[in-house]
Design a protein around this ligand. Sequence first.
Ligand code: SF4
Ligand code: SF4
Length: 271
Amino acid sequence: MSQYGMIIDLEKCVGCHACAIACRAEWEVPTGKDSAERERRRNWVTRLGPTKTPKGLASTYYPGLCNHCDKPACVDVCPADKVEVTFTDAKSGKTKKMEVAATWKDPFNGTVQIDKERCLGCGACADACPYSARYVNEEESDPKADKCTFCVERVAEGLEPACVQTCLARARIFGDLNDPNSEVAKYVKKGAAKLESAKVKIGPNVRYYGNKKDMHLLTTTCTPQAMPQANLRRTIMAHMLKPAMDQVKGLGMLGLAGAVIVKGLSDDEKE
Ligand code: SF4
Ligand code: SF4
């Protein structure tokens, strides 16, 4: 099995945001209502420092995205009905059947994906991610969860993810971490690090590489230190939402009523 992953080389990143802009253009990511929403969507670049560290004065960037984790906290919380899906290995042509909800980890390429058709837009997955790498796109009439997909459609056509192709500094490198000859695997051998802590060990597959002071700044400020607490209200609403959506689906009015229900949920959250 492959495990697609990404290396972010902080030595090369110049903080130009071209990657995040390319992602927004490729996937029509909404701009967000406020600076907090603009900051974290599918793909982001956050400036860190300048700050004194024990290793010296550090100044760097945190380019972030979904980590396509080995044990994705976002997957198990999805309340959507499970359906059987047949996955195909692009390399060998082998197939595997799995029961999955509206979000899952692909057994062949290791990416974590969302079925927007079946997503209820409840946001339980977004709440569960310790990296804040998911959001619910409430600018759509029928809000759905969204996040980085590693541009699997582009990769299937032999292209790089949009952010990787756009980065002129070649600070983002994409590939199969399980292939010892890949550039990403070579970076791991050189010491590219995961943003993991004692309480957050879910196997992120985005790794960071840089000098000691910048890595110190990145890891001390951007590593999640605790798994998010389940948002009880959201969980209850998700379980209320599902039967309502099933009923509406039966009436063939999914889009319209879904939008009304989700809007009600989101308005409720804002109170
Ligand atoms: S980074 Fe978050 S959204 Fe992505 S797989 Fe891990 S837990 Fe899920
Ligand atoms: S928003 Fe809800 S239904 Fe959609 S993928 Fe996330 S947890 Fe599943």
